[in-house]
Every structure is written in structure tokens, then in C-alpha cells.
Ligand binder design. Structure first.
Ligand code: 2IT
Length: 445
């Protein structure tokens, strides 16, 4: 019999100073411990011990020359967490505070998320403590080249297929893929999120945000409600927030906030026009990591140094970074009448915020379910590359929609409580876990 506290104590001893990894692991283990104890084969095969230990971790030096001719040194990583279901799959994050512990949390989460998509993908994550803020295009190119010169040794279209994450978008994927091709002379689509002209998939840039709105629409439908007319707070201003804002607007909701490290924008008119969406992509590409210019351009309010969760809304979609919504934020949202909190960033809510939302029977969805649309369309990009074809936007969007509906159903199936409340956290964790655990059992140790 596994016991949560003794298992966690052991995990904490093995992984000191990795609080985010331990937070993610506790959240999953807590959800699946009963299922595990009901299946003695899981204990016999030491599934919990094995599933919390990455298959392997690479760490490497990345050296590059800045625009002044000075040599800079960063650290690069690739965490290959679990390949029970397919090639390692997961994004690359470039962020100044990135550590191995953060990547282990992300790779661990990715394993269950990818399982939920039903596509054949294992879980991995990588990146660097390289800070894109203020870097020139040429510096980003030189960094990406150097990073891929090492990463190239560990990846391959049937081994490990990275994509973008924070700080890694279309431009960075292009530079990384260019270097991969220079070294390997292969057009196998080893990265996803590529440009359309060299193997990228339509709808991939929008997929995470679109998928979150499809998932939210399913949650609303279960409550005989729709997203039309809902007032929405979104955090972040990058790729994920951009897709979310566009789809929410298209479905008739009004998004009133986006945010950056500098504060948040309150736009009472709604962030609902192509001009405003285009400005978000301009802000992201400018590498300044600020949203304030939006306020000046569109006559909206800028609230410096604060997060958007103090704005009264019906639904909140954290779309920026882990632990961006605290217990205090959750209390404020609920006190102001919010009924839905949908994590679109990975582990967007702090652990105590999640517990509070579930206790209050708020419709809360964890990131590994709600934001799986991004990696799902990455999986579709892999399929298209393998077949040397491109699907139309309509085809990809329909498949994305079907996948999100299916993930929602899996959560409902495994997460419905006796009182009818859907514990999406538990549902997503159990559904994602079962498939990985069963595959590990079938393949032996
Ligand atoms: O967190 C995520 O799911 C991603 N950054 C996307 C990963 C992918 O391989 O598309």
C-alpha cells in the first residue's frame, strides 16, 4: 500500500530544492493514490517511484557571442521524462529564472497532458536560463544556433520532438530548426511549431488558446451555459494569451485584461479586434516583456505592478506562468463572483489556491487538461510531417476540437464526485496517469 505522506517524504529527500516539481508531483500522487492502491500490479511494478523519476536529464553549456563581441555562457537542458506512450514531446522554455526543478515539473506534467490527448507522445521539456529580454534578433539567432548544436545530439523525430514554450516562438523554432538541418541534413520535422513553409501546421500558433476555450465551452455546456457574453480576465500577452483572446472574442465573450511582468491592462471595451490582437504579437516580438504600450495605443487603463485577478469577471484564464494565481487571488476572484478558473498556463494556480477553488466548488480546470491543445496540434504536426502532407486549417481545427471534447469527457468520467461536482484536477490526473501506468506495466521494467 502506498501512503501519500511517506511517499512524498521520500520524494522530497530525493529532490531537495525543487519545490515546483514536488508541488506537481504531490498534486498527481494525491489524485491517483487510491487508483494505484486498487491495482496491486502498479505497486508491484513500482509505478509511482518510476513515474516520478525522469528517464534521463541532459544539462549542457551554451556559449554565444553578444552584439558587443563578448562571449556569454548559459545553461541548456533537456529533461526526457517518460517515453512509455511515444517519443518524448514537450516545449523549450527560455527564461532567466529557469532551473532544473522547474523543467522537471514541466516534463512531469507534460507526460500526463500528452497522455490525455490520446496521441502517441511521451513527456519531455527543455530550455535555458537565457533571457530573451532586450536581446537583438542577431543575438537570439546566435544563441539558438549554439543551443541546437548541443541539443541535436539528444533529439530526433522518433526519439524526442521539442517545440516552443515561454520565450520560444516561431522565430526561435525557425533558428533552431535551421541549425538542426545544417548539422543533420534532414527534413524530418524534429521540432514542432515550425513556419508554415517548412513543415509547420496551420492552427499550431493558436492551438493552446483555442483549445482552452473549447475546453471551457464544454465545462459551461455541462452547466447549461455558454461562453457568449462572459466577461473574462486573461493574464500574459504571449502566444497562449493571444490565441485565447482571439477565440474567446470570436465565441462572443469579452476579454478585459492581459498582463505582463510590468502590470496589467484593463480594457473595458474588450480586447476584441484584429488590430488589438496584432498589437499583442508585436509586443511579444519586441522582446521588452511589457504590456504598458497597449494602454497608450488603445486608450485602456494600465495598472502597474499588479495582477489582473482583482478585476471582477465571470471567468479567469491564467495564461502566463506557474503559480501566477495565489490563494489570495483565488479568494478575490470568488468574492467578485467568478465561477470558472481555467489554467491555461502550466500549474497556473498555487497549490493552496487550487485546493480553495475545489473546496468552493468553482469550475476549476488544471493546465494539463485545459492547455493540452497546444501539444495536441504539435502531435498533428508530427503526423503531417511523417505523411509529408499538410491539412487545411479547418481539418486541424476540427481535430483539435474533437481532442479537447474528448479530454473533457475523460475528466468528467474520472472526476465526477458523489454530489455531482466535477473535480477536473482529479479526473485529469487519473485519466492521464492510467494510460501511462498501464503502458509501463505492459512493457515490463
Ligand atoms: O506546455 C506545453 O504543452 C507546450 N509548451 C507545448 C509543447 C509541444 O510540444 O507542443
Amino acid at each position: 500500500m502506498y501512503k501519500l505522506e511517506s511517499f512524498m517524504a521520500e520524494l522530497e529527500k530525493r529532490n531537495p530544492a525543487q519545490p515546483e516539481f514536488l508541488q506537481a508531483a504531490r498534486e498527481v500522487i494525491e489524485s491517483v493514490i487510491d487508483v494505484t492502491n486498487e491495482n496491486p500490479i502498479y505497486e508491484k511494478y513500482k509505478i509511482l517511484e518510476r513515474i516520478t523519476e525522469p528517464d534521463r536529464v541532459f544539462a549542457f553549456r551554451v556559449e554565444w557571442e553578444d552584439d558587443h563581441g563578448d562571449i556569454q555562457v548559459n545553461r541548456g537542458y533537456r529533461v526526457q521524462f517518460n517515453n512509455a506512450l511515444g517519443p518524448y514531446k514537450g516545449g523549450l522554455r527560455f527564461h532567466s529564472s529557469l532551473s532544473l526543478g522547474t523543467l522537471k515539473f514541466l516534463g512531469f506534467e507534460q507526460t500526463f497532458k500528452n497522455s490525455l490527448t490520446t496521441l502517441p507522445m511521451g513527456g519531455g521539456k527543455g530550455g535555458s536560463d537565457f533571457n530573451p529580454r532586450g536581446k537583438s534578433d542577431a543575438e537570439i539567432l546566435r544563441f539558438c544556433r549554439s543551443f541546437m548544436t548541443e541539443l541535436e545530439k539528444y533529439i530526433g523525430p522518433n526519439t524526442d520532438v521539442p517545440a516552443g514554450d515561454m520565450g520560444v516562438g516561431l522565430r526561435e523554432i525557425g533558428y533552431l530548426y535551421g541549425q538542426y538541418k545544417r548539422i543533420r541534413n534532414e527534413n524530418t520535422g524534429v521540432l514542432t511549431g515550425k513556419g508554415l513553409s517548412f513543415g509547420g501546421s496551420l492552427i499550431r500558433p493558436e492551438a493552446t488558446g483555442f483549445g482552452a476555450m473549447y475546453f471551457a465551452s464544454q465545462m459551461l455546456a455541462r452547466n447549461n451555459d455558454t461562453i457568449k457574453g462572459k466577461r473574462i480576465a486573461i493574464s500574459g500577452f504571449g502566444n497562449v494569451a493571444w490565441g485565447a483572446v482571439m477565440k474567446a472574442s470570436e465565441l462572443g465573450a469579452k476579454v478585459v485584461t492581459i498582463s505582463g511582468p510590468d502590470g496589467y491592462i484593463l480594457d473595458e471595451e474588450g480586447i476584441g479586434t484584429p488590430e488589438k490582437w496584432a498589437f499583442m504579437t508585436y509586443l511579444r516580438a519586441s522582446n521588452n516583456d511589457v504590456v504598458e504600450p497597449y494602454a497608450k495605443k488603445f486608450g485602456a487603463k494600465f495598472v502597474p505592478g499588479r495582477r489582473p485577478w482583482e478585476v471582477p469577471v465571470d471567468m479567469a484564464f491564467p495564461c502566463a506562468i506557474q503559480n501566477e494565481l495565489s490563494l489570495e487571488d483565488a479568494k478575490t476572484l470568488v468574492a467578485n463572483g467568478a465561477k470558472y478558473v481555467i489554467e491555461t498556463s502550466n500549474m497556473g494556480c498555487a497549490a493552496d489556491a487550487t485546493t480553495f477553488l475545489i473546496e468552493k466548488k468553482i469550475n476549476y480546470a488544471p493546465g494539463k487538461a485545459a492547455n493540452a491543445g497546444g501539444v495536441a496540434v504539435s502531435g498533428l504536426e508530427m503526423s503531417q510531417n511523417a505523411m509529408h502532407i499538410s491539412w487545411s486549417a479547418e481539418e486541424v481545427d476540427a481535430k483539435l476540437h474533437a481532442i479537447m471534447v474528448n479530454i473533457h469527457e475523460s475528466c468528467v468520467k474520472e472526476g465526477t464526485q458523489e454530489d455531482g461536482y466535477i473535480n477536473y484536477l482529479k479526473g485529469a490526473n487519473i485519466a492521464g496517469f492510467r494510460k501511462v501506468a498501464d503502458a509501463m506495466v505492459l512493457m515490463g521494467y
